[in-house]
Design a protein around this ligand. Structure first.
Ligand code: ASP
Length: 347
């Protein structure tokens, strides 16, 4: 019911927001969640009830990968009915990967899961942590929150997590989402620009899909790359799927050696997904000769997927489905708002 005091669970995984400087060399190391609580007395004034789940030890997000994604997803799963929303505190470095993974693993999500962090620790005078945390909490506890998905909040904007990339190592606006507009902008008010589409959550049953298959890899093209380099990635027996990052609208050199390597691995039952190296725009295979040949070789078009979304979507689909055709079908469909597609939200 609107206007009731909302319950939010903060899941603290680590990241700069809660780091302190190590005495010996001045480098930042993850620290206890009590630092955040003591530096942030405003927490009590927010008008929502907040509880905490602290990961021990707190981690720099460079050390976060599939096992911690599963732990976060399960923490949300176990607490799903008790809370109206979730705030996940996480280092910014790999937040877009974790956010993308969670967007797939949290099936039928009907509540806000807002990830945030900071570029400066919460106990530093110019910190961005307080604004990020306050607003993330206000979104997650908003009486009529229309966000029922995983978002990344940083520096006045909430983005759809599986559309987001970390684009800057230093400035406070560290994230961007060139192919999808912000879901919420924070100014004098919170402006909810893009409510989560109803067909993403209505009549769906919430469920955590905790199985991921990490046998995926990545080949980013560069001028001068050899077919041997590509082949080393494609032919590796552990790789069930490979994301090829091509130029522009999905183009690769026309050199036959590349195509032969790609065809060989597709014949061996591997999946190759083509996404662009550009941060904005979409793969459109067939627009140029240099991509038409990929289409006929059986390479799948990844449309406007970010690398983070493509990678985690592959891990999720390989983890969930044994049938290769189902994985292929869903890779090129929109399942969580992660890519533009003719049909919205396929299962
Ligand atoms: N290295 C830190 C991390 O990702 C950076 C940050 O939190 O912004 O955990």
């Amino acid at each position: 019911m609107a206007n009731q005091r909302k319950n939010v669970l903060i899941i603290y995984t680590g990241g700069t927001i809660g780091m302190i400087k190590r005495e010996q060399d001045g480098s930042y190391i993850p620290f206890d969640f009590n630092l955040i609580k003591s530096e942030f007395p405003e927490l009590d004034k927010l008008g929502c009830s907040v509880e905490f789940e602290n990961f021990d030890p707190p981690l720099d997000s460079s050390n976060i990968g599939p096992p911690i994604w599963i732990k976060i997803a399960n923490t949300i799963g176990v607490n799903y009915d008790k809370y109206d929303g979730f705030v996940v505190l996480h280092g910014s470095d790999t937040m877009a990967y974790t956010g993308s993974a969670l967007s797939f693993m949290l099936e039928g999500l009907g509540k806000p899961v807002i990830m945030t962090g900071a570029q400066l620790p919460i106990n530093e005078i110019r910190t961005d942590a307080k604004e990020n945390l306050v607003t993330a909490l206000q979104i997650a506890s908003h009486p009529d929150c229309p966000i029922r998905e995983v978002g990344i909040y940083f520096e006045y904007k909430l983005y759809r997590a599986n559309r987001t990339q970390k684009v800057h190592a230093d400035v406070f606006s560290a994230f961007n989402s060139l192919n999808f507009p912000p879901l919420v902008e924070a100014g004098v008010h919170l402006y909810f620009r893009h409510p989560t589409p109803v067909d993403a959550w209505q009549d769906k049953v919430f469920k955590v899909q905790p199985k991921l298959d990490t046998r995926v890899a990545h080949a980013r093209f560069f001028p001068g790359m050899t077919a041997e380099t590509l082949d080393a990635v494609l032919s590796h027996p552990n790789h069930r799927g490979v994301i090829v990052q091509s130029y522009g609208a999905g183009n690769l050199p026309t050199d036959k050696a590349f195509i032969e390597s790609i065809k060989r691995s597709i014949d061996q039952g591997k999946i190759i997904l083509n996404i662009t190296q550009c941060m904005g725009g979409s793969v459109e295979m067939g627009r140029y000769e240099t991509s038409a040949m990929l289409l006929s070789a059986g390479v799948l078009p990844g449309a406007d997927l970010t690398f983070e979304a493509a990678l985690t979507k592959m891990m999720y689909l390989f983890g969930k489905y044994d049938d290769l055709e189902t994985v292929k079908r869903l890779l090129v469909r929109n399942i969580r708002g992660e890519m533009k597609a003719e049909r919205a939200y396929t299962d």
